[in-house]
Design a binder for this molecule. Structure first.
Ligand SMILES: [Zn+2]
Length: 511
């Protein structure tokens, strides 16, 4: 049953002079940029304040073997399970070895759960619950990693697939994305089975193998497989936003960001051709001029935005930390909405949180200095806000460029934005309370997740998809994801295991 929540926002006396005194301060913009950290944007929010009752007991006392957990995490990194777009170039031996390693490492899981290998190398575990009337819960993560660029090898502090445990960190490709996620769930389940825990709710645990290249073999097939059995999920927990630390001037509390929605994407190709000819007798408008005008119109007329819905909730827990004037505006969006929107639009990061964005990524035209090109093309990469759809984008482009002679082609792999998962669902509350219990000082901020992840394949199975990893991340960590010196703090990895234990326990009961 959904719990009722009161998201109170304190009202502040209105001052007309405020409008003149806006814009937002540098502090605020830094703050907002911080929220977008890790390619996440603000879109929805749950303040840490008004949690009135717990739906389930919280457990935080357990004694799993920390040394063994660290050692296994380190070993998981030592399998170079590298994914590249051209799958014929993938060496699947490390994938096979990783699967063997998982089976050997977690004997309780492999005795208690059933394992299916799907799409060649994705592992789907089913942990039968005691109450078949409950919808299942699901945890997903991926063990494939992006390649390490050859040219950066000597810059790494430790060899990228060494899994070195040093200086308080576990080092290597996948430490943040997403072997920590995969291994912490497995550690938690192994420990819970050992202690005799039996969930009421059935759990699925999926260790996917091709997230970095779209998830079509792993997550997609697992979702189809479950759908064919009529499975409905109460919730799905995926990788996602971190606990961001020290990224906002003026806000010392960490931000635990839960991705409750994800942007879509579509690439549109604009093509235009005419007769070309010699540059000594140019027409009044060339191919280049025509295409340039179209592209300029798109840049000059961004898709509409609105400071409503999820994004307003995201800002809510941050409002108390803003200046008086900023507080006044954000507490009274009915009056200051336009001003807020204008300000947020000026910063690329907050702009991305507010609306569908258009990135002009390709412009191909012209072959010779004195030849007018007969044909040209431009490609625009749209990241679609949940308030829009692929069709909305196409209609907007048609209307905005207003030139029927320009052909608009929808390029392959268009993705609709996700639905926005409820922050009122009981499973959200379970996640919220679990975070709050283990990270009591964190502000819990549901957000719009911009990066891709496997959860997009599961929308037919549940409305409640939450993208979150309790990875403590500073600004410095941002470049380590898919970058150089990827690493996770040892104590933070242990926190992740604790978190997963709590989450499985809290999520495994009837609520
Ligand atoms: Zn990932």
């Amino acid at each position: 049953m959904p719990s009722s929540k009161a998201y109170g926002s304190s009202s502040i006396t209105f001052e007309t002079s405020f409008v003149m005194n806006f814009p937002l301060s540098g502090t605020f913009l830094t703050c907002v940029t911080g929220i977008i950290f890790f390619a996440i944007t603000a879109a929805g929010c749950q303040s840490s304040a008004p949690v009135q009752e717990r739906l389930s007991p919280i457990y935080s006392e357990y004694e799993f073997d920390e040394d063994l957990a660290i050692q296994r995490m380190s070993r998981s990194i030592q399998f170079p399970t590298v994914a590249v777009e051209d799958t014929t170039r993938i060496d699947y031996q490390p994938y096979d070895d990783f699967i063997d390693f998982i089976i050997e490492s977690y004997p309780n899981i492999n005795e208690k759960m059933t394992l299916e290998i799907i799409g060649g190398h994705s592992m789907l575990y089913t942990w039968e619950g005691s109450n078949p009337d409950l919808n299942a819960g699901m945890f997903i993560g991926h063990y494939d990693v992006v390649p390490v660029e050859e040219s950066t090898l000597d810059v790494w502090t430790y060899e990228p697939y060494s899994g070195e445990v040093a200086d308080g960190f576990i080092w290597g490709r996948g430490a943040l994305d997403d072997k920590g996620g995969v291994m912490s769930v497995m550690e938690a389940a192994e420990y819970l089975i050992e202690t005799g825990f039996q969930p009421e709710r059935t759990f699925y645990i999926a260790l996917n193998h091709d997230e970095e290249i779209g998830g079509l073999l792993g997550a997609r097939r697992i979702a189809d497989h479950l759908e064919a059995q009529g499975v409905q999920l109460e919730f799905l927990m995926d990788e996602g936003s971190p606990i961001a630390e020290n990224i906002i001037d003026g806000i010392e509390l960490p931000l635990a960001m839960i991705g409750v929605a994800k942007k879509g994407a579509v690439n549109l190709e604009l093509r235009y051709s005419d007769d070309g000819g010699h540059s000594s007798m140019p027409p009044s408008l060339s191919v280049i001029g025509t295409l340039s005008r179209a592209v300029t119109r798109i840049e000059d007329n961004p898709m509409p935005s609105s400071y409503r819905g999820l994004i307003t909730q995201t800002f809510e827990p941050l409002i108390p930390y803003l200046s008086y004037r900023e507080r006044l505006a954000f507490n009274n969006p009915w009056l200051f909405r336009r001003v807020i929107e204008r300000q947020l639009s000026r910063n690329p990061a907050t702009n991305a949180a507010l609306r569908t964005t258009a990135g002009i990524t390709m412009f191909e035209v012209g072959v010779k200095e004195n030849v007018l090109p007969v044909e040209g093309r431009a490609v625009i990469n749209f990241r679609i806000h949940p308030q829009d759809s692929v069709n909305d984008v196409i209609n907007y482009v048609e209307e905005t460029i207003d030139n029927p002679d320009i052909t608009i082609n929808v390029m392959p792999r268009a993705r609709e934005p996700s639905r926005v998962s409820s922050t009122e669902a009981p499973s959200f509350k379970v996640l919220h309370d679990t975070i709050e219990d283990l990270f009591p000082d964190a502000l819990i901020v549901p957000s719009l997740f911009i990066a891709g992840s496997d959860s997009r394949h599961f929308h037919a199975l549940t409305d409640n998809i939450y993208r979150f990893r309790p990875i403590r991340a500073t600004h410095d960590d941002r470049s380590r994801v898919h970058g150089i010196d990827e690493r996770i703090r040892v104590y933070n990895y242990l926190e992740m295991v604790q978190f997963q234990i709590d989450l499985i326990r809290n999520g495994g009961v009837d609520f």
